[in-house]
Design a protein around this ligand. Structure first.
Ligand code: 4NP
Length: 154
């Protein structure tokens, strides 16, 4: 039974957060860690990730094609130990559902795990972008997840 649970959150749960879910999961032992992702918007419930995210993950050896979009719920604050958001709008939406300081403290910016503690460094949405933007997104996610995995396994 996993003892540490991590949730990745973005607006649509089809571009950034499924990539972050797949990348972090690939770095952790599934006997000890559970990784999931969710959207704030509710646009893509039950849908597979965006094809461009599936392809960029595949290019780097990770299969996210079977993931399904789901919406963030207030119960996620109880289930998960760490909740990573991609940008300020996700942060605002999630915090508006938090009921305590303990819940608020679980939420941080994915990229703040790199060199930006408390800076609210955003990972831009690649949805309206090109393949290059998806590769940039993947590489940023990979750097951040490597750092998260390192800290979780200290
Ligand atoms: P994501 O990107 O939040 O990284 O999954 C988006 C995906 C879909 C939409 C917006 C952002 N949308 O407007 O449908």
């Amino acid at each position: 039974m996993p003892s540490t649970r991590i949730l990745m959150v973005c607006l649509g749960n089809i571009c950034r957060s499924p990539l972050a879910e797949g990348v972090l999961r690939s770095m952790l032992d599934k006997d000890f860690f559970e990784v999931d992702s969710a959207e704030t918007a509710g646009y893509h419930i039950g849908q597979a990730p965006d094809n461009r995210s599936i392809l960029v993950a595949k290019k780097y050896g990770i299969d996210i094609s079977s993931l399904k979009g789901r919406i963030f719920t207030p119960e996620d604050f109880d289930k998960f130990d760490y909740i990573f958001v991609m940008d300020k709008s996700n942060y605002k939406d999630i915090l508006s559902l938090a009921k305590s300081e303990k819940q608020r403290e679980k939420v941080s910016f994915l990229l703040d795990t790199l060199d930006y503690p408390m800076e609210m460094k955003e990972l831009p949405d690649p949805y309206y972008g090109s393949e290059k933007d998806f590769i940039f997104t993947y590489l940023e996610i990979k750097k951040a997840c490597k750092e998260i995995a390192r800290k979780l396994q200290l």
